[in-house]
Design a protein around this ligand. Sequence first.
Ligand code: AHM
Ligand code: MG
Length: 320
Amino acid sequence: MDLDNYLLKNSKEEEISSIVKSLADAAIKISNIIRSIKPQESISNNDRKLNSDGDIQKPLDIISDEILIDFLKKSPAAGYASEEQEGYIDFKNNNNFIVFADPLDGSSNIDVNVSIGTIFSIMSKNNLSLEKAFIQNGTHQKSSGFFVYGPQTTLFVTVGAGTALFGLDETQGKFILIRDNIVIPEKTNEFAINAAYRRFWDGATLKYVTECQSGESGPRKKNFGMRWVGSLVADASRIFIRGGVFLYPSDAREKYKYGRLRLTYEANPIAFLVEQANGEATDGHKKILKLEVKELHQRSPLIFGSKEEVLEYKKSYSSL
Ligand code: AHM
Ligand code: MG
């Protein structure tokens, strides 16, 4: 089954299907650009170069943002907010749905040929002004997903009827269903955290991770392995496919005292997909989807994945 047919079967609103299809077309274009970069033509974040015409080559995250805007402004989206834009863009129409995106997540991994991706969330405007619509909490999402530009170009998507995985068939230029109704296993023995920040963690994170590391002889009585790609989309893909828990908690660094990842275009879309796949997503205390949004670029701790581990992490707060 291709994405169009999946949406026809599972999405209740034609406009949402149409926006998801526009995002998929944009992602195919982004994917092609990423694959066509020649090794000698690096256009990463930190590396602005002149092309043969003397134009400044823009970093790929800006190019990805521009591509999303180009496709979305021809779709039934009313507005767009992204990591690359300070405020939201008003497409100046009376349509009902707004889009949030991280156009190129993990973009510091471009130069090392590690998977990167595009994360999106679609919400109803609920008859609010755009200004208010863009600060609604995650429960108002109608669809969310992320594309991964890796060994294959894939898409994890939900329209509120479970989470499905698609792969891009390059010859047809279409996303084809790989797996429907994904279920994240409730138990796991794999966790993902950037352990270099241990000295900044609070007591609960330290307790949880130390207990995992203590293995069979510790209180958890089982051995854990650790995986950390450093691209949220890649770490999330692994967790949807074989389980695991991802942790990017708040820590003592001033910049990350509310976590590192952004609530509206990273944590919320991932949390919606995770809940639709039988998993849990929390900031340690509350469900991610219920967190109040005060501003578009607000950060949030993000802990998600296999239910049992997310629960265990939450318990480490209550037991302190
Ligand atoms: P980005 O949106 O600027 O790429 O940053 C988000 C990325 C996530 O993909 C990843 O989980 C995290 O930052 C890694 O952070 P760190 O380098 O602190 O481990
Ligand atoms: Mg990101």
